[in-house]
Design a protein around this ligand. Structure first.
Ligand code: GLU
Length: 612
């Protein structure tokens, strides 16, 4: 229920009241950014130390977060500074044209709070949003690159709201590192270039996008410096006038105009359908504070993001299912088999029951109840993969009478691109923040002269019903927020102190990446760097299990295939996680990917040698 609503914020409630002593104060040591560099700043996937930590996919973003921490900012200031920098150097994964989910642990109160900054559909949207003139679902590619897919962006409102509640600095101050980065430019790496190459045909059809990311008509060279003066100017205007310039001022007018009449190049053959996002939609946008999801797992408290994200409910349900099995006592193949089967069961329920809770009735309490999970566990064969898809359960509060299941639907999985960052400060506050513009490059449409891409988040709705005769909770609707898989997660120990925080991009695979990382860390004896680096596999209640080569091509893959009956479909890589672990005695370990997506970047305010 919403307890309080301000102009751009609605509050659903806050839970958690565990007291925690603050962490010691440290003197700042300001690093000077080298703006003349011609090679990317050095990045390390793991950093251990004190006084605050930042883990992102990008060294410039991590540097921005650390700079703010060193100057006395909180984890929330650092998260906003890092996210704003990602808008410059990781513009295809996130930015002010998109949305996200912000999970915050407050050291003083011991409470975990969440902000829902998800994009919302225009007021005029109906279930038919992605149906063509004949009532047939649009091809995904056509829906994606269109005004139809653009939801009202929530990212900037999220930053503003988070800072208002938990920041020490204002938005203007936290935007400074990103403004400098946008003015001076960042060094293009191979990941960035590859992302442009993969989207070059789309970007080329929108002059405002091509101008930014196809300089001279081609993807920028690795090692070249790419500025974004338009975005620097946009950020500066926001810093000067506040976020109303975006939601109610000239930028709102331009966003609406861009969506309603996408600025396609002359001669383009692409059919770019207009959308109906209006200035009223932008002016009416609200960040919503929601209760976090919470489950207990092996004596720990796992907090996540509630609907409209399915991240918290699906990770939580799967953990509750796995609570019934002693994974730590199993061999690796058997433990992974359990992880895959639990994920499939939880995905069946996600697909059937989870959507925007302000529009559809989501039985969240039941989905997260241990009794429901115990009933689901009775379908998990410890020796063999169930034929997929498995049917959803019946979360009706009446459990234990056999393995109750509802009518059987097919699974739906989505892929995309997003970014996750994790921060902690000297006081012990923690942020897990996942933000996105959906696909890599979003809709492909840049607001002319403003330097940011618009999302295609509304393609996270199901275009047509997926649940047979049962209602589909994730069809488009007026002001509705599409179901997400983003799963920013904070784990507290039994005493209520933070143990770790983690999250990842990857569309539906996010749920598997977060879940597998937790299982690796909590059950399988890995430390967080190992848990993040370990090869991944993912089972979204589909016929095939996406599997990274290190498993698919090795003995583990052979056992999962031959002895358990899993159908493994090899995929180059899954996810790009970041996280922080609290090692005790105020010691922090920031962790990013060592290899996936070219490797991420971890940093701490006061480093010490990583003991290896
Ligand atoms: N749009 C997706 C979601 O909200 C995220 C896309 C991605 O992570 O790549 O679940």
């Amino acid at each position: 229920m919403r307890a309080q609503r301000s102009r751009r914020t609605a509050t659903v409630a806050i839970v958690g009241t565990i007291a925690l002593a603050g962490v010691g104060l440290f003197a700042p040591a300001q690093a000077t950014a080298d703006r003349q560099q011609t090679s990317p700043p050095p990045k390390q996937p793991t950093a251990t130390g004190y006084g605050g930590a930042v883990a992102t996919v990008d060294p410039d973003a991590t540097a921005a977060g650390l700079r703010v921490l060193r100057r006395g900012g909180t984890a929330v200031d650092a998260a906003v500074a890092a996210a704003a920098a990602l808008g410059v150097s990781e513009p295809f994964s996130s930015g002010i044209g998109g949305g996200g989910f912000f999970v915050y642990y407050d050291a003083k109160s011991g409470a975990v709070s969440t902000l829902d900054g998800r994009e919302s559909a225009p007021q005029s949207a109906t279930e038919r949003l992605f149906l063509d003139e004949n009532g047939a679902p649009l091809p995904f590619a056509e829906a994606r690159v269109s005004g139809l897919s653009v939801g009202t962006p929530g990212t900037l409102a999220t930053w503003d709201e988070a800072l208002d509640r938990w920041g020490r600095f204002d938005l203007a101050r936290n935007l400074r590192p990103a403004i400098e980065l946008a003015e001076d430019g960042f060094v293009v790496d191979q990941t960035f270039r590859s992302q442009v190459e993969a989207n070059a045909a789309i970007f080329a059809d929108f002059p405002a996008t091509a101008e930014l990311y196809l300089p001279g008509g081609a993807p920028p060279a690795v090692g070249s410096v790419l500025p974004n003066p338009d975005l620097a100017d946009t950020y500066r205007q926001i810093a000067r006038h506040g976020i109303d310039v975006f939601y109610e001022g000239p930028i709102a007018d331009e966003i609406a105009a861009t969506v309603q009449d996408p600025p396609v190049r002359d001669g383009a053959t692409r059919n770019v359908r207009p959308g109906d996002l209006t200035t009223e939609d932008l002016a009416g946008y609200e960040v919503i504070e929601r209760d976090p999801t919470r489950v207990e797992y092996r004596g720990l408290q796992v907090y996540g993001m509630a609907p409209p994200s399915s991240g918290g409910s699906t990770v939580g349900e799967a953990l509750n299912i796995l609570e019934n099995a002693d994974l730590g006592a199993m061999d690796e193949a058997q433990a992974l088999h359990h992880y895959l089967e639990a994920t499939a069961l939880a995905f069946a329920d996600r697909n059937r029951y989870v959507g925007d809770p302000d529009v559809v009735d989501v039985p969240l309490e039941e989905l997260l109840s241990q009794d429901f999970a115990d009933e689901r566990f009775c379908l998990l064969d410890p020796d063999a993969a169930a034929p997929k898809p498995v049917a959803p359960g019946v979360p009706d509060g009446d459990y234990g009478d056999g393995c109750a299941t509802a009518a059987d639907p097919a699974a739906v999985a989505d892929e995309g691109s997003t970014t996750h960052l994790t921060t902690a400060d000297r006081w012990g506050n923690v942020v897990a923040y996942t933000l996105t513009i959906e696909q890599t490059g979003g809709s492909g449409i840049t607001v002319p002269g403003r330097g940011f891409l618009l999302n295609n988040e509304l393609t996270d709705f199901n275009f047509a019903p997926t649940q047979g005769t049962a209602p589909d909770p994730n069809l488009p609707g007026s002001n509705k927020r599409p179901r997400s898989s983003m799963a920013p997660t904070i784990v507290l120990d039994g005493g209520g102190d933070p143990l770790l925080a983690v999250g990842s991009p990857g569309g539906a695979t996010i749920i598997g990446t977060v879940l597998q990382t937790l299982v690796n860390r909590i059950d399988l004896g890995m430390d967080l760097p190992e848990a993040v680096a370990a090869p991944r596999l993912f089972q979204p209640n589909g016929v095939n299990t996406s599997t990274e080569p290190a498993i698919a091509d090795g003995p583990l893959g052979a056992i999962l295939r031959d002895e358990y009956g899993h159908s493994l479909a090899e995929t180059a890589e899954i996810g790009a996680a970041t996280g922080i672990e609290f090692l005790g005695r105020h010691r922090l370990q920031a962790v990013a990917e060592p290899v996936r997506r070219g490797g991420g970047s971890a940093g701490v305010v006061f480093p010490q040698r990583w003991p290896r």
